[in-house]
Write a protein that binds this ligand. Structure first.
Ligand SMILES: Cc1cc2nc3c(=O)[nH]c(=O)nc-3n(C[C@H](O)[C@H](O)[C@H](O)COP(=O)(O)OP(=O)(O)OC[C@H]3O[C@@H](n4cnc5c(N)ncnc54)[C@H](O)[C@@H]3O)c2cc1C
Length: 595
């Protein structure tokens, strides 16, 4: 397998030529420090850290996994993980986008996206340890009391403590209304939490001196279902109101899971035995606060998909250039060699171009979503913040689900390109495919993202986010009149955007008569939306490349990849549209017994 090389040229293209983030940084709070030379230096340094420190630990981490010592309930991470984490903290990476008052650098969130992509390409499992700290920072910053922010945020931002998100219980996964963990008031404003959480990422490890669990639980008088869920802070070592760390709390790791992939990311059963905790935000409003973390985490998992797609693409591309097998159908391309390299074969090109189109198009989508986070958090104008928020909540389920589903497709293509060698452990490619598998499951499965998109983000808001996005597409098409470079994309894009609006109306009408129609349509609608969104970013990429100072070769590669996308990927929307026109009974006719 080839060594990981961060795709800095394309990252810079997306950030500066396509999304014009330098212009955005110049006018948002905290953006003044993100000058072009500062961002360039950050990208270079992040690439060095990912390539040289994290990537070499990826395969060994997969082989060693994490080890639980049951006697002490402690977890040892794979060799090198702890040192890599120390270097990460030392480099100030943990606080890159966090508020300055808590020790962060307060740089725009969109700078965190390429950093995250590099960490995940290099070592997805390792990336999970700092990942949830970011979500915990956001939840505490937005919903915590002043003393809670003071006591917990600084050590988390400094990387001395990490965060977790404790939602899942044995009987309660997607349906959080079922959760049973109890929080009993102590009478002094604190609570005792009891219950079992499962599948908790980074629930126990040896990287930091403390772990801060953000836990969903029920108060004694809580109403049933999701309206009775509250959010609590439960540290591994107790923390008083002045931020002093004290005795061990009643929360321990009872077991760790043995998994298909991300073996070096520890997944814990966490037992809460009358553990001391503090309430965050209002009683029974925990889900609102948790949604803050979930949005950040969902975008981050989408970026995980992107990272794996990029890594799989790089590895299989290098192999396809190298491996000699067969001759091109039109005659030998390398007659001096005993055979042509795999890359001459159309089927190999199909798989390589699919990965390239999803990696580069997915990068544009993922960074675009991150740029909306900048605006939601930091734009001066209230209307701009509101519009960005509506767009972001619409684009998050699409980004999370599409980038992770295509990561599964792409990592499988990469294995296929290596043939039998791809299936063999030593190639490293099968690890990417195994690691990618979880990304469509955690932080809400693809099915749940699809319901969120169609049910909550479209139907409950009369499609406000979609309207904004369609306006953007319309404005791009309008601005492209007379631009010969993108004409071939503009007509299909306008047609697709119009159909997107029409099909949404059609589903809304059917759903008004039969509520099942939402669930029946949801996943097809998500893919349909995602492929059109990527078509928009591919057309924009061609326009941005043409207008940029990039090399002729770069521009030609963008154009050819966009042509591939429009000819061979965008037509997938036709099959999804056919499914979307089919009514609910095509799925719902059989009774449970008839299956
Ligand atoms: C490695 C790993 C790490 C994880 N990390 C964390 C963590 O840090 N914190 C945490 O709290 N959890 C974590 N999870 C849990 C993860 O978020 C859940 O597994 C996920 O949300 C799905 O829940 P479930 O497994 O109970 O599946 P279920 O909810 O039982 O779902 C099973 C299937 O049914 C579908 N489904 C469920 N409900 C519906 C519905 N209403 N309509 C249509 N389809 C539906 C789902 O899409 C899925 O395909 C982790 C899981 C794993 C495996």
């Amino acid at each position: 397998m080839t060594a990981y090389k961060a795709p800095l040229a394309d990252m810079r293209f997306v950030m500066f030529d396509l999304l014009k983030l330098d212009q955005q940084y110049a006018r948002i709070e905290g953006g003044a420090n993100a000058t072009r030379d500062v961002v360039d230096a950050i990208l270079d340094e992040a690439a060095r850290f990912s390539e040289n420190v994290l990537a070499p630990l990826n395969a060994s981490g997969d082989e060693q996994g994490c080890v639980l010592d049951k006697a002490t309930a402690t977890v040892t991470t794979p060799k090198g993980f702890k040192e890599a984490y120390a270097k990460y903290v030392e480099g100030g990476w943990n606080g890159l986008t966090a508020p300055e008052i808590y020790g962060g650098q307060h740089l725009p969130d969109s700078i965190g996206a390429p950093l995250k992509e590099m960490l995940d390409s290099a070592n997805l499992s390792w990336g999970n340890f700092p990942l949830l700290s970011h979500g915990a920072t956001e939840a505490l910053r937005l919903h915590g009391e002043e003393w809670q922010r003071e006591a917990f945020l600084k050590p988390i931002v400094e990387g001395r403590w990490t965060g977790t998100m404790c939602l899942t219980e044995p009987h309660c996964g997607s349906d959080l209304g079922l959760l049973r963990t109890r929080a009993e008031p102590n009478g002094d404003g604190t609570f005792k939490l009891s219950g079992t959480k499962i599948f908790i990422t980074a629930g126990e490890h040896d990287l930091t001196e403390n772990i801060v669990h953000l836990v969903l639980a029920r108060l004694p008088d809580a109403p049933a279902g999701v309206k009775g869920i509250s959010l609590f802070i439960v540290p591994k070592f107790k923390v008083d109101k002045s931020g002093q760390m004290g005795a061990r709390n009643g929360v321990t790791c009872g077991a760790i899971e043995h998994k298909m992939g991300i073996k070096a990311s520890v997944t814990c059963v966490m037992n809460f035995d009358a553990a001391d905790g503090y309430l965050i935000g209002a009683p029974n409003k925990g889900l609102n606060a948790m949604f803050t973390m979930m949005n950040t985490a969902r975008l981050a998992v989408g970026i995980q998909g992107l990272g794996l797609t990029e890594r799989a693409y790089q590895s299989s591309l290098a192999y396809a250039r190298d491996r000699l097998q067969g001759r091109a159908l039109s005659g030998a391309k390398f007659p001096d060699k005993p055979a042509d390299p795999l890359i001459v074969h159309p089927d190999i090109r199909r798989m390589l171009l699919t990965q390239k189109a999803f990696a580069e198009g997915g990068r544009a989508l993922g960074y675009y979503a991150a740029s909306l986070v900048d605006l939601v958090e930091r734009a001066a104008d209230a209307d701009e913040r509101k519009r960005a928020e509506e767009l972001l909540s619409f684009i998050i389920p699409i980004t999370k689900a599409l980038l992770t589903e295509t990561a599964n497709e792409c990592t499988y293509h990469a294995v296929q390109i290596l043939g039998g060698h791809g299936y063999i452990h030593e190639s490293g490619l099968e690890q990417f495919a195994r690691d990618a598998r979880i990304t469509t499951i955690y932080e809400g499965t693809t099915g749940i993202q699809a319901l969120d998109l169609l049910g909550r983000k479209i139907m409950q808001t009369q499609g406000v986010g979609l309207k904004h996005f369609l306006e953007e597409i319309g404005a791009f098409c309008q601005a492209s009149v007379g631009n010969a470079a993108v004409q071939e994309f503009v007509v299909p894009l306008i047609t697709a955007a119009k159909q997107w609006a029409d099909i949404t109306q059609e589903i809304a009408k059917r759903a008004a008569v039969n509520a099942e129609e939402i669930g029946v349509a949801a996943v097809d609608y998500l893919f349909y939306s995602g492929y059109i969104a990527l078509a928009y970013f591919w057309a924009r990429s061609v326009a941005a490349a043409q207008a940029s100072a990039q090399s002729a070769e770069f521009k030609q590669a963008k154009l050819a990849t966009a042509q591939f996308y429009y000819a061979r990927i965008l037509p997938r929307t036709l099959a999804h549209a056919a499914n979307l026109h089919a009514k609910a009974d095509t799925l719902m006719a059989l009774s449970a017994e008839q299956f």
